[in-house]
Design a protein around this ligand. Structure first.
Ligand SMILES: NC(=O)c1ccc[n+]([C@@H]2O[C@H](COP(=O)([O-])OP(=O)(O)OC[C@H]3O[C@@H](n4cnc5c(N)ncnc54)[C@H](OP(=O)(O)O)[C@@H]3O)[C@@H](O)[C@H]2O)c1
Length: 289
């Protein structure tokens, strides 16, 4: 890859893709943030984006303008969007027609698991990349540590960490900053082209294990709760409509029944170090409040 590439970052003001922006800047890339409004343009600029493209994944013309002259594209699909596959396909096609060389797609672990409908929505995008002529890198991360941030105020206030599935379920997790680091390498170096990588942290933690870590960090006991999905949604108030909540409930029901297991060898190899740990993440949460 050339030095100082221009990279279009979808979701650059968001809580996940936003973590990629400083990683790219550190590697000498020029970040062009795709954002939907001026407030998010300011968020992306504060994170280090040098350029801003106002646009929408559902507006083909705005995407064409946003992709003009870029060397690489980072794409992450909006969570539980009914047209997520279509939006991804449009972004791949736009990147190809704009003459971009590199495309990194933040997909999900186990996109072939038909029991997880929203996972399967990433499959057409992966398939389109294989035949696109782009130098693609597909990242398949498991559940993000950063989801825990929304539950942290309740942990502090009530001493309880609640998720609507069994506290003994083993759910593989990852710090999205590790995903962002791999994505930045894929967009600025050559050796990750044409790779599809399952990304998963090293620890195999249940929620019982996580509350033990929280307890040690905070110096007081924290309990692991198992609310029903209805109880949880009332407490957590996630920013989703009924259809999206149905998709999320389906994922939690799967976690409850089977958990999610993944392998961390690829992540460790790509990072060239140990993946970030849950203890370090919880420590940062504790220091930030
Ligand atoms: N959470 C997990 O544990 C997990 C694990 C594996 C994979 N994933 C996948 O990660 C993805 C991201 O989840 P998220 O949406 O919660 O992340 P997010 O980082 O909040 O990303 C959403 C971003 O995309 C932007 N966006 C949404 N719709 C858009 C549109 N039509 N045009 C342009 N930009 C748009 C949003 O901008 P605005 O601020 O303007 O809305 C926001 O910045 C999902 O595909 C999910 O399946 C999640």
């Amino acid at each position: 890859m050339m030095s100082n590439p221009i990279v279009l970052v979808v979701g650059a003001a968001g809580r996940f893709a936003g973590l990629l922006v400083p990683e790219l800047v550190r590697r000498g890339a020029t970040v062009r943030a795709l954002v939907r409004n001026d407030a998010n343009a300011a968020v992306a600029r504060r994170a280090g984006a040098a350029e801003v493209a106002l646009g929408d994944l559902r507006d083909a013309r705005s995407l064409e303008a946003a992709a003009r002259g870029v060397h690489g594209v980072f794409h992450i699909g909006p969570a539980f969007a009914p047209d997520e596959s279509e939006l991804g396909l449009r972004m791949v096609d736009t990147a190809r027609r704009a003459g971009a060389r590199r495309f990194v797609f933040s997909s999900v672990m186990h996109p072939t698991n038909g029991r997880l409908g929203t996972h399967a929505m990433k499959q057409p995008v992966e398939e389109a990349l294989f035949g696109s002529g782009l130098q693609y890198t597909i990242l398949q991360p498991t559940n993000f540590y950063q989801n825990i941030e929304a539950a942290w105020p309740a942990v502090l206030a009530h001493g309880v960490f609640a998720e609507p599935f069994a506290k003994s379920a083993n759910v593989a997790r990852i710090d999205y900053r590790d995903v962002a680091e791999v994505a930045a390498k894929a967009l600025t170096e050559d050796h990750l082209a044409y790779g599809t990588f399952e990304l998963c942290g090293e620890e195999k933690l249940t929620r019982e294990d996580i509350v033990a870590i929280m307890g040690e960090v905070l110096g007081r006991p924290i309990a692991a709760a198992e609310p029903s999905f209805e109880e949880w949604r009332t407490m957590a108030n996630p920013p989703y409509d009924e259809r999206q909540l149905g998709s999320l409930a389906n994922i939690f029901a799967y976690y409850n029944e089977h958990g999610v297991r993944g392998n961390s060898t690829v992540l460790r190899t790509l990072l060239g170090r140990s993946p970030r740990t849950m203890r370090a993440y919880v420590g940062e949460l504790a220091r930030s409040r």
